[in-house]
Every structure is written in structure tokens, then in C-alpha cells.
Design a protein around this ligand. Structure first.
Ligand code: 5MM
Length: 336
């Protein structure tokens, strides 16, 4: 077993999942202002530290993805944030892309940037304690999109990123996110997501990436948020499994889904069904941002000095997701 494979398994085994707390300052500002909290470095740290010092970390969370600001911050106890995270047995991760920008010659689409100087930034993040990283490519669906150009340029960037990350001794999370915005059907989402993921692996293989030392972070197969053609959760799970079974090479140890705008319970229920119906050898777990943090953020915003209520809310959500990652979740458990 390679070192990278060991790290990947440490993050996602035994029902553990990933807390995606890597919102850039722009996104975090939107999240905080929505609950009437001013977005300052201190408040961003305070919310994140509240989560990272929760009881649920050691039982349910295998890895936390940080943003550059957070990995350089110091907790109220004087420990660095990576030290606080590793003291709970959780692996520190870092978002290393620098965001999605307009794609030249198809400006309504996005290309994720951040490759220039990446090798040096990775060395720095490793020395700060990071052992895995994240890069997100983003694709939208419409009659014209995604274009071949967006599919191949983002796959190429994800592969170059992954090769550099493995060279630096860390596990890359490969996140191709097909957005749920639009009125497309679930079958269109299935076709587009399959094409996007296949192209990513084509490029990862060309770039000689060790597939046993990555984690794939895809979207689930859903109909667009404006589509009238909704499918059942059972169908979501079956179509998601069909997509992954047919497009992900067997060497990949695991898949950690993004929540992509689903509600907390919806993302949990879908993950649970994916695990109940799992007919692959892949570990299927979560790497949720909003679906792990939304309720905790609301509770925290009521009194940002009082951490316990927000921590209880986060612990519950993480526990539900971990049960779902083992196919052991049930709706009745939500109210216990
Ligand atoms: C946490 O949010 C990440 C996006 O940050 P920026 O857009 O500010 O760069 C995002 O990549 C996230 O990690 C994944 O999309 C999963 O989050 P959700 O909320 O979709 O589960």
C-alpha cells in the first residue's frame, strides 16, 4: 500500500467523511452576512474553530479542507489550526486552486486557475501540516454547455494539479462539479457528469497520477434545480452509482460527494441510499460544505460567544452523515 493510499484511506474509512470548510473569503462573506454576522478574519476563525473543536470531529470526520487564510491562523488556545485539527486525529487539507475564471473563447464557462507557482505553495502547505489538497473544476449544463473546451481544459488542469500534489507527498482531491443549476433532466446530468469524469481520468492517466492515491469528489446525479422532472431519491442513488461504476477506474479508493446545494437531510438521505445500493468497491462518503455547516452556522450566529449549541448541531449533522456513509441512517434518527 502506498503512503498516499494510506492517507486517502485514513480520511475516508469507517464512515468518516470530510468537512469542506474551504470557502474563499468572498463565499464566506456571503455565508456570514446571510446570518447577520460581519465577515472579519476573527469571526471567520471563530466559527471555524467552533467546528474544529467539536466532539464530533474525532468520531465522524476524517479530513478538513481549509482555505489559505485559515491554515495560517492560530486558535484561541494558542495552537495553530492544523495542530488543533490533528490533535483530534483528523487530517488537514487545503484548497490550492485560486478560483474559477472566465474561460477564453467560451466566456460563459469557467476554467479553474492556480497552477503557476503551485509547486512552491505545496511545499509551504506541507510544512504547515497539510496532507491532502483540493481543486475544484466547475461545469454548468445548458443546451450549449459544457463545451468540449471546458471539459478538456478543466480535466487537464485537474491532472496537472494532481501530479504536482502527489509529487509533494499529499493526496489530491479531484473535484469536477457539474452544477445543479438549470432545468435539465437527471439523464442529462448523468450523461454530462459521466463525460466530465471520464475525461478527468483520461488526463490523470496521461499525467501518470497514482489513482490509488486520490479521492474523487463528484456531484450526485440530480435533475436541475429548475426542472419539473424530479426523480426519486432511490433513482438518484442508482443513477449516481451507474455513472461512477462506468467512469471511475477501480484503483480509486474512494469517492466523497459534494452536497452542491442540496438540503442537509436530502444530501444525507441520498448518500445513505447510495451506500445501501452500492454495487462497486469504492468507499462512498461525504465531503460536504453547506450540508454540514448550514444549521450550525445559524445557531452560532445567534450568540457567537456561546459555542456549545453550535457544536451540538454540528455533531448531530456529522453523525447523520457518517451513518449515511455506512448505509445506517434513518429519518427517525434526525429528531433524536
Ligand atoms: C466550501 O465551498 C467550496 C467552494 O468555495 P469557493 O467557491 O469559495 O472557492 C466548495 O468547493 C466546496 O468544497 C464543495 O463544492 C462542496 O461544498 P458543498 O456546499 O457543495 O457541499
Amino acid at each position: 500500500m502506498s503512503e498516499l493510499n494510506k492517507i486517502a484511506l485514513q480520511i475516508i474509512s469507517n464512515g468518516k467523511g470530510i468537512l469542506a470548510a474551504d470557502e474563499s473569503n468572498g463565499t464566506m462573506t456571503k455565508r456570514l452576512e446571510a446570518v447577520n454576522v460581519k465577515s472579519t478574519p476573527e469571526n471567520r476563525l471563530s466559527f471555524r474553530e467552533t467546528l474544529f473543536s467539536s466532539e464530533g470531529m474525532k468520531d465522524y470526520i476524517g479530513g478538513v479542507i481549509l482555505y489559505d487564510e485559515t491554515i495560517n491562523q492560530t486558535s484561541s488556545s494558542g495552537k495553530s489550526i492544523p495542530d488543533l485539527i490533528s490533535s483530534t486525529g483528523v487530517v488537514t487539507g487545503i484548497k490550492v486552486d485560486t478560483g474559477a475564471k472566465d474561460l477564453a473563447n467560451s466566456p460563459e464557462e469557467k476554467i479553474t486557475e492556480g497552477l503557476d507557482g503551485l509547486r512552491d505553495r505545496l511545499k509551504q502547505y506541507y510544512s504547515l501540516g497539510a496532507r491532502f489538497t483540493k481543486w475544484r473544476g466547475v461545469y454548468s449544463i445548458s443546451e450549449k454547455y459544457p463545451t468540449k473546451l471546458a471539459i478538456s481544459s478543466n480535466a487537464h488542469a485537474l491532472a496537472r494539479y494532481s501530479a504536482l500534489v502527489q509529487e509533494s507527498g499529499m493526496v489530491p482531491i479531484v473535484e469536477p462539479e457539474v452544477l445543479m443549476d438549470g432545468n435539465h433532466s437527471a439523464n442529462i446530468c448523468l450523461n454530462v457528469t459521466s463525460e466530465v469524469i471520464r475525461k478527468c481520468f483520461e488526463e490523470l492517466i496521461i499525467h501518470k497520477v497514482d489513482l490509488s492515491g486520490i479521492i474523487l469528489k463528484p456531484n450526485m446525479i440530480l435533475s436541475g434545480n429548475l426542472s419539473k422532472d424530479k426523480i426519486s431519491k432511490e433513482e438518484v442513488s442508482l443513477k449516481t452509482l451507474e455513472c461512477l461504476k462506468n467512469s471511475v477506474p477501480k484503483e480509486v479508493p474512494g469517492i466523497a460527494f459534494l452536497s452542491g446545494g442540496q438540503s442537509e437531510v436530502e444530501a444525507t438521505e441520498n448518500l445513505n441510499l447510495i451506500n445501501i445500493n452500492n454495487n462497486t468497491n469504492f468507499i462512498m462518503t461525504y465531503s460536504y460544505g453547506r450540508a454540514l455547516q448550514q444549521s450550525a452556522l445559524k445557531v452560532w450566529s445567534k450568540n457567537i460567544k456561546e459555542k456549545e449549541a453550535a457544536q451540538n448541531t454540528f455533531n448531530h449533522r456529522a453523525k447523520m452523515c457518517t451513518l449515511a456513509a455506512q448505509g445506517k441512517w434513518a429519518i427517525e434518527l434526525e429528531n433524536k
